[in-house]
Design a binder for this molecule. Structure first.
Ligand code: HEM
Length: 626
């Protein structure tokens, strides 16, 4: 995976603070701030706002002797409070919000390196050369040994060997220790060399390990016997066989002696890359599996984080846009029935807009600016911000994605002359808007229908699970998932029985003509009756089209028999993306869970028609697989 340098130098640009050395990292997710320690002799602590691009430095504590790892208590009543270790001075310092210096809370802890707090504000510290982890209670001022044996190293379950960074579960489920000198050193996926830091995703129980001397970051899924590399060391050509480890490097997909890691509120990974004296950011897309998040991120680089943030403004605005679509549906249907009405209806909407604008200009206090609060205009202004960030291009904002392709069509240079062809600003904005809307409810609706089928067809679910389990040990990536044959048949059958977006397929008749004895006039809007086509016995028999039978898709059918994504040159442009999203989501879900009927499922579901035809609710239960 390729990263972006957010602090340090990316080879061309010096980005803000250039450190003498770099060690501990911490991200305050509530305030979106990154803390980074410079652990040189004349070291420092830096705080950056991640709301700015590049991150803006908002605090620095200087002239400190080798501040190493850092924990920030985001929930302290007095504001974010730092806990910093100084291993060479054998002490831990607490640094209150806005204070000009810190206060030593623990001294005489021998080379205390890692630091973390539990939910009761007890401070946990790893004493590296004493091979143990201690806990200090601020209430009693007592220190207790919580892991390892004092001054005894070892590799059995009661000993530690040079413990480094620690992570304390906030549900009080235990401590995870990067035990840097222990285990089987090596470069394969079951081994580590000098792991110096670790984080645990408490919801998913996924471990992220800084495999320092292998110059890589490993991710361990729950129960896995080996990890997978998400950053750094790629294939065997990068192995230093003499020292049994992966080589370091300074390219954007490489690391050199990484020291610590942190995640921001979007699930992006930040790594302190010591050998290159920089902080690298990696956008881990699979930490944000929601369909709208993926569309926004993959196509436009908009980080929406809907999956983790249910109060997200974009979800709220999109919901209103859909609600308005229902209200406008009548208008749209009217224009389909009477195409000659369309110019009149368009003029009506434009006049309404002009009237609102005029009234607001005349008397702003009596008539508020409805456009300012209108979700469509809000979304469009958000899109404009992303475009502005791209067009004032710097190394950090340029990405290879759909938005960039559209922007690149805008100005082309041929034979030294600049041509302004392609899409203009308004067209680009309209396209981004269309993509966001078209990818919003469609994919998630098909996913909902799929879970309904899984819960009501247990044998089919078992077959799917058998196919997924067959790929045991393999990463569920694009290649693996596209090769799943039964998954493909299953999804086609869901799309046949539940074609979510039938109203989207419309065509205007160019010439007056007669089809099967029906006169169709030029300008008429034609909408195929997709449900009748999808349930037609002649097209889909001999198995009863009312039954869910994935195998029927193994037989070749008429090219227009499946119309869920439309057909012809204007077929849904997001089809492959949507299919991949759904298959990936289902494969990952079914690898770990069984979908069971929830309350009222036997009653089926009510359908409602918005932009798509969707179930009002599908009640399922998830049971963890053994
Ligand atoms: C399962 C999910 C989806 C379904 C069922 C679906 C369905 C459709 C349908 C029926 C059409 C009209 C096609 C026609 O007129 O022949 C369409 C068009 C379109 N869809 Fe999708 N769609 C899905 C997902 C997506 C996603 C994820 C995106 C974008 C990321 C997307 C973007 C578009 C766009 C831009 C168009 C207009 C294409 C054009 O007019 O040339 N769709 N979709």
């Amino acid at each position: 995976m390729t990263g972006i340098t957010v602090i340090g130098t990316d080879g061309q640009h010096k980005l803000r603070a250039v450190f003498g050395s770099i060690a501990g990292l911490f991200i305050d997710k509530q305030r979106n701030t990154l803390y980074a320690n410079d652990d040189s002799d004349d070291g420092s602590i830096h705080m950056f706002s991640l709301n700015e691009t590049p991150p803006m430095e908002i605090f620095v504590g200087v002239h400190l002797y080798k501040p190493t790892l850092i924990y920030v208590d985001e929930n302290d009543v007095n504001g974010p409070t730092m806990y910093i270790t100084f291993p060479d001075q054998h002490r831990v310092v607490k640094w209150a919000h806005e204070a000009i210096r810190g206060v030593t809370i623990l001294d005489n802890c021998l080379t205390c390196t890692g630091v973390w707090l539990d939910k009761d504000k007890n401070v946990y510290v790893s004493e590296t050369v004493n091979h143990r982890v201690i806990k200090w209670s601020p209430q009693t001022n007592l220190t207790t040994n919580v892991a390892g044996q004092y001054d005894e190293s070892g590799s059995d379950s009661t000993h530690l060997n040079d413990p480094n960074c620690i992570y304390v579960d906030q549900m009080n489920e235990g401590i995870t220790v990067a035990d840097s000198s222990d285990g089987t050193a090596g470069w394969n996926n079951a081994s580590l060399v000098n792991p110096e830091a670790v984080r645990v995703d408490e919801k998913t129980k996924v471990f992220y390990v800084v495999d320092t001397y292998n110059n890589r970051i490993q991710r361990w899924l729950p129960g896995a016997s080996e990890g997978e590399t998400i950053v750094g060391g790629r294939d065997e050509t990068c192995v230093d066989h003499q020292n049994h480890r992966f080589n370091s490097g300074s390219k954007n997909d490489q690391l050199s002696a990484p020291r610590d890691l942190a995640f921001d509120k979007h699930g992006h990974l930040y790594v302190s890359d010591v050998g290159n004296i920089r902080v690298q950011m990696f956008a881990l897309i699979d930490n944000q599996p929601c369909s709208s998040t993926s569309t926004g991120h993959c196509a436009f680089g908009m980080d929406t984080n809907m999956q983790n943030d249910l109060d997200n403004e974009l979800i709220a605005k999109a919901a209103v846009i859909f609600k308005q679509d229902i209200e406008r549906l009548l208008l749209t249907k009217l224009s389909y029935l009477m195409p000659w009405l369309t110019p009149f209806l368009t003029q009506l909407v434009l006049c309404q807009m002009a009237l609102f604008r005029g009234l607001h200009k005349l008397a702003p206090t009596i008539f508020p600016d409805v456009f300012d609060k209108n979700p469509r205009f809000w979304l469009l202004s958000r899109v404009q911000q992303v475009i502005d960030a791209r067009t004032t291009s710097s190394a950090m904002t340029k990405r290879v994605d759909l938005l960039q392709l559209m922007l690149d069509t805008n100005v082309t240079q041929r034979e030294g002359i600049v041509h302004e062809t392609g899409l203009n600003n308004d067209e680009i904005k309209a396209n981004v808007f269309l993509f966001m809307v078209a990818g919003f409810d469609t994919t998630s609706t098909i996913f909902a229908y799929s879970t309904y089928v899984l819960a009501t067809e247990p044998e089919i679910q078992e077959k799917l699970q058998a196919e997924i389990d067959n790929k045991h040990g393999k990463e569920l990536d694009y290649d693996t998932v596209t090769k799943m044959e039964y998954m493909d048949l299953f999804l086609r059958e869901v799309l046949r029985m539940y074609p979510a977006s039938t109203a989207a397929v419309t065509r205007v008749c160019n010439e007056t003509t007669t089809v099967c004895g029906h006169n169709i006039h030029k300008g008429s809007v034609i909408q195929p009756d997709i449900l009748t086509v999808h349930y037609n016995y002649d097209l889909w028999g001999p198995e009863d089209p009312n039954r869910f039978v994935p195998e029927r898709h193994a037989t070749k059918r008429h090219s227009m028999a499946l119309l869920t994504f439309g057909a012809g040159p204007r077929i849904c442009i997001g089809m492959r993306f949507a299919l991949m999203e759904i298959k990936m989501g289902l494969a990952r879900l079914l690898r770990h869970y069984v979908v069971l009927p929830g309350a009222h499922l036997e009653e089926g579901f009510q359908l409602r028609e918005t932009f798509v035809i969707q179930p009002d609710a599908v009640y399922v239960k998830l049971n963890k697989r053994r």
